[in-house]
Design a protein around this ligand. Sequence first.
Ligand SMILES: [Fe+2]
Length: 230
Amino acid sequence: MIEKLRINIQDTEHVTNVYIVWDEMSQEAVLIDPADKASIISDRIERLGLKLKYVLLTHAHKDHTVALPDIMKKYPDAKVIANENEREMLEGKYSDSSMVFNLKQYLDYDFSRFVFLKDGDEISFGNKKIIMYHTPGHTKGGACYYIKADNALFSGDTLFSDCFGRCDLVTSNIYDMAKSLDRLYKMFYGTGVFVYPGHGWDGETIESGYEEVKELMYRSYGINIGGKND
Ligand SMILES: [Fe+2]
């Protein structure tokens, strides 16, 4: 089961999608991107009667992680999962006044509770398996999480329903983004997998936004992302 919360970041109009996914038999759950408003997220987890096993981070940006310290306090047994290439950003290495989101707050995390995975690593909750795919581009250690049992790809700010994430931020790289998108389409185009992005609409199949994404990449950057096995 997948539940989506749309969370406003602090008192702005900026909205991030937060997902709670669980295994119905065991009631074990994962939380994807604790964007902000920890009490709204934890109330929902409590009301559903779930046991939070993992917090999965698609990347380190503040608009996906403001609630992380409070969620870690509330659920002391939950581990935090991120890609190994995102560690430096979580540690605050790239805090930079030009950043849209100030990263300094991250210095206080308890890193003993983090598990840094690499591309293709698997973890599980209840009877469900999660595969992490390293998809750099928006950030160096951006990740997508694939849960086959739910036919769902949680794509963070890598892939939205009909466009892709910004590539003008610290550790962004447009060529990496093009490679990541190409790879996602090669793996998933034709499977009917549903995309659950960090912002905007969710629950569209990966096929539905393919032409728009491809065209946007070509028009904006002159890069042909290929994909779709062509
Ligand atoms: Fe982001």
